[in-house]
Design a protein around this ligand. Structure first.
Ligand SMILES: Cc1cc2nc3c(=O)[nH]c(=O)nc-3n(C[C@H](O)[C@H](O)[C@H](O)COP(=O)(O)OP(=O)(O)OC[C@H]3O[C@@H](n4cnc5c(N)ncnc54)[C@H](O)[C@@H]3O)c2cc1C
Length: 393
């Protein structure tokens, strides 16, 4: 039996596995779909960390608390921001090449709710770069075995786990288990008929199994909508138009062409303003009959767009729309599970032997996550949970 069983192969699971292995533990990762399938790899805009000379962790912390409307767990939020700069250095050491300006400095953008330019980017495929680097680091470690297409289907209160693989159920009684199975916004969207940015794995059954096994949770009802989900064309519906569009000057406009919200307000404020604009008859309607407003990227300098959201431009241009010459139709879409399993600073849940990290947990961001803090969360708390779980050997 492994010392540590990790559930999920997104950023949190991979970071936990690496940390546990580096602490001397034998590790098995069991993941539901292919090993590369996760929301982490879909993340585009970037990762926050207070690395600028005009920034510091106290300011980052204050931004997290204010954006969460003081609902974040202050202990977790402080740990998140304090480990930001070291996490960026760790990712760079694993081969993540952050985008730099021509003078060699790290390219930084100000995202919604932030008071500083703090969002570091790898073009607009930041999550893919991080997930790929973490996967490579896992592959380099002999002490980590990866079981793909191996979902967790049952969990006992002592951490014993039932994994389904090749039509059989396998009982794994590891010394410790780290739950890193992400959120549930794919399933939630199917239930409500909304669009979602999430991948197929985001169905939430692991959190439900953990709660049934006795793990306490918080803010279960709190789901975040990404303010600018693509509403049209149909082939892009649900695609998360990166928040960096607004960071570099894109404006939100109603049917009359008027701005109606501070584009860099916290996410919930922007999403609610768009929903209200449409509900009160000032929005637009897509050819498919869905409500929408315009995201006008024309104010963005072409050079900024090509550096910070080339993938988004490519996707729209392939669909026959150039966002730099015409406004695009957007509307909030289900994106992130704010709430989840309650953890301490080391990812310990309320049940001994069961750890958790990443989107499956609640508290780090309270009831309103800032953009860019989830990629940081999965690295910081994934590593902490993995190391702490390994220490129980
Ligand atoms: C389109 C998009 C863009 C985003 N952009 C950003 C961004 O720019 N910056 C930012 O900070 N955040 C962003 N986010 C949010 C962020 O990417 C995620 O919240 C974060 O990466 C979640 O990481 P995770 O490891 O907790 O979960 P995931 O990366 O989702 O990984 C969960 C893993 O668990 C597996 N799993 C699920 N159920 C089971 C089961 N029963 N048994 C075994 N395995 C299971 C899944 O298959 C998957 O491998 C974005 C999210 C999306 C969807």
């Amino acid at each position: 039996m492994p010392d540590v069983l990790v559930i999920g192969s997104g950023g949190a699971g991979l970071a936990a596995a690496i940390a546990a292995c580096d602490a001397g533990a034998s590790v098995v990762i069991a993941t539901k779909l292919g090993v590369a399938s996760c929301n982490t790899a879909k993340a585009q805009g970037g990762i926050q960390a207070a690395v600028g000379s005009d920034d510091d962790v106290a300011t980052h912390f204050a931004d997290v608390m204010r954006s969460s409307h003081d609902t974040a767990d202050a202990v977790l939020a402080r740990r998140l921001v304090e480990e930001g700069p070291a996490t960026i250095a760790w990712l760079a050491s694993l081969g993540v090449t952050f985008t730099r300006e021509s003078d060699g400095s790290l390219r930084r953008a100000r995202c919604g709710g932030a008071t500083r330019q703090r969002l570091l980017q790898v073009g607009d495929r930041t999550g893919l770069a991080i997930a790929s680097a973490l996967r490579e680091a896992v592959a380099l470690r002999d002490g980590i075995v990866v079981l793909d297409h191996a979902p967790l289907v049952a969990l006992a209160s002592d951490g014993a786990a039932l994994i389904e693989r090749n039509g059989e159920q396998v009982l794994i009684e590891a010394g410790a288990i780290v739950l890193a199975a992400g959120g549930r916004c794919k399933r939630a969207a199917e239930e409500t008929g909304e669009l979602s940015t999430n991948g197929d794995g985001a169905t939430g059954e692991v959190a439900a199994l953990a709660v049934a096994a006795g793990c306490a949770e918080r803010d279960h009802d709190s789901l975040q909508r990404h303010p600018t989900g693509a509403a049209w064309p149909a082939g892009l519906a649900g695609y998360a138009v990166p928040e960096t569009t607004r960071a570099y000057g894109a404006l939100l406009r109603n049917a009359a062409g008027e701005q109606f919200v501070d584009e860099l307000a916290p996410r919930d404020v922007v999403a609610e303003a768009i929903t209200r604009e449409c509900a009160e008859g000032r929005g637009l309607t897509t050819p498919a009959g869905r409500p929408a407003v315009h995201l006008d990227c024309r104010p963005v300098a072409a050079a900024d767009a090509e550096i910070s959201f080339p993938y988004m431009l490519k996707r729209y241009r392939k669909a026959g729309i150039d966002p730099l010459t015409e406004p695009i139709l957007v509307y909030p879409v289900l994106h992130y599970q704010n709430g989840g399993l309650i953890i301490d600073e080391d990812g310990r849940t309320s049940v001994p032997g069961i750890w958790a990290a990443g989107e499956i947990t609640g508290g780090v961001h309270g009831r309103n996550r800032m953009m860019g803090n989830s990629l940081l969360d999965v690295c910081v708390f994934g590593r902490r949970a993995g190391a702490a779980a390994a220490a129980t050997r």
